[in-house]
Design a protein. Structure first.
Lengths: 113, 111
């Protein structure tokens, strides 16, 4: 049972345009969501997170939107840069701190110069 | 520098052998995790440990074993019972928040 799904395995955008990566979840107990970025042969690095008490969180070029009723979140990158090309993982957790994360399958973002 | 160190980065295993992947952290984090990544799949949890001398199975624990004798260390043994061990393995740790910090990963290939 895939509780966190990223339905697009890949996304290609032009430099300077907006990148929108989507993530859906099924577990209504999830209350904390994170995005990680991963380059080949490296560990994922934390990008941005959002708690279920918010519907938007912004950090520089990165904004995460959460729609709890639709169990959907999205990551917007504006403007996109070639260095943003990586695999992006959505992750979710429920309840207590330090609890286990459930990851989506990842979306390969390619930003073309 | 604080961080998570995994070793070796590349490891080749013969059929029937056990191999151990090392994970050390100097972040003073209580919880540590092992994930596996396969092409086109998300990170899947193998084992996790919330405190020293305690650990729990994750979603795909079969064929793996761990120990947590020290707070800083969480080694993963890939046993011969693991039928498809070739993958990228990631160790991670976290403290009071839910943000997890990852090591650089270890590539394991069966030859």
């Amino acid at each position: 049972d895939q509780q966190v799904k990223q339905n697009s395995p890949s996304l290609s955008v032009q430099e300077g345009r907006i990148s929108i990566l989507n993530c859906d979840y099924t577990n209504s107990m999830f209350d904390y969501f994170l995005w990680y970025k991963k380059y080949p042969a490296e560990g994922p690095t934390f990008l941005i997170s959002i708690s279920s008490i918010k519907d938007k969180n912004e950090d520089g070029r990165f904004t995460v939107f959460l729609n709890k009723s639709a169990k959907h979140l999205s990551l917007h990158i504006v403007p996109s840069q070639p260095g943003d090309s990586a695999v992006y993982f959505c992750a979710a957790s429920a309840g207590t701190s330090g609890s286990r994360l459930t990851f989506g399958e990842g979306t390969q973002l390619t930003v073309n110069p | 520098d604080g961080g998570i160190t995994q070793s070796p980065k590349y490891l080749f295993r013969k059929e029937g052998q056990n191999v151990t992947l090392s994970c050390e952290q100097n972040l003073n984090h209580d919880a540590m995790y092992w994930y596996r990544q396969d092409p086109g799949q998300g990170l899947r949890l193998i084992y996790y440990s919330q405190i020293v001398n305690d650990f729990q199975k994750g979603d795909i624990a079969e064929g793996y074993s761990v120990s947590r004798e020290k707070k800083e260390s969480f080694p993963l043994t890939v046993t011969s019972a693991q039928k498809n061990p070739t993958a990228f393995y990631l160790c991670a740790s976290t403290t009071s928040g839910n943000t997890i910090y990852f090591g650089e990963g270890s590539w394991l290939t069966v030859v």
